[in-house]
Design a binder for this molecule. Sequence first.
Ligand SMILES: [Cu+2]
Length: 172
Amino acid sequence: MARGPLVLPLFLILAALAMAVMIGIALSTRASTLELSAVQGRAYALRRWWLTGLVVVFATLFAITIPSFPYLEASELSTARHIPVMAEQYAFPVPAVLPVNTPIVFDVTAKDVNHGFGIYDPENRILAQVQAMPNYVNHLAVEFKQRGKYTVRCLEFCGVGHAYMQAAFEVR
Ligand SMILES: [Cu+2]
């Protein structure tokens, strides 16, 4: 998709609009000033409607989007297949083969220092990631929809071997 060439003209148009609005405000406020009492009632009413509108809009957005919040449900945690991962300098011990279309939870922790556990799909796009921390287990739920070779890379600088810290597994 050729999005690049659109960005500059769009930016220029929006910037010109913003400038026009500001110049309009500056020009319109050069007239004589009104007493506060003359505008206070209308301003307060406007503010009340604005607040009510914002509350309605954000409450609605919250209600619509909260079900897709990426936290695990307890049922998901108990029925998925768990893969323990103890990251250490400089390796991720992961199984060589994992099943496709199966709910999986990686229980990720670290033996020594903080690491970043990042899973890349066969097209090398990042799919999921979580911190690997000593004395703490993070649960990363993934369901692989695609067969192929996946790569795990460390996403947290963890020492001299960090750049070479990776692992791979196959999904089939
Ligand atoms: Cu690292």
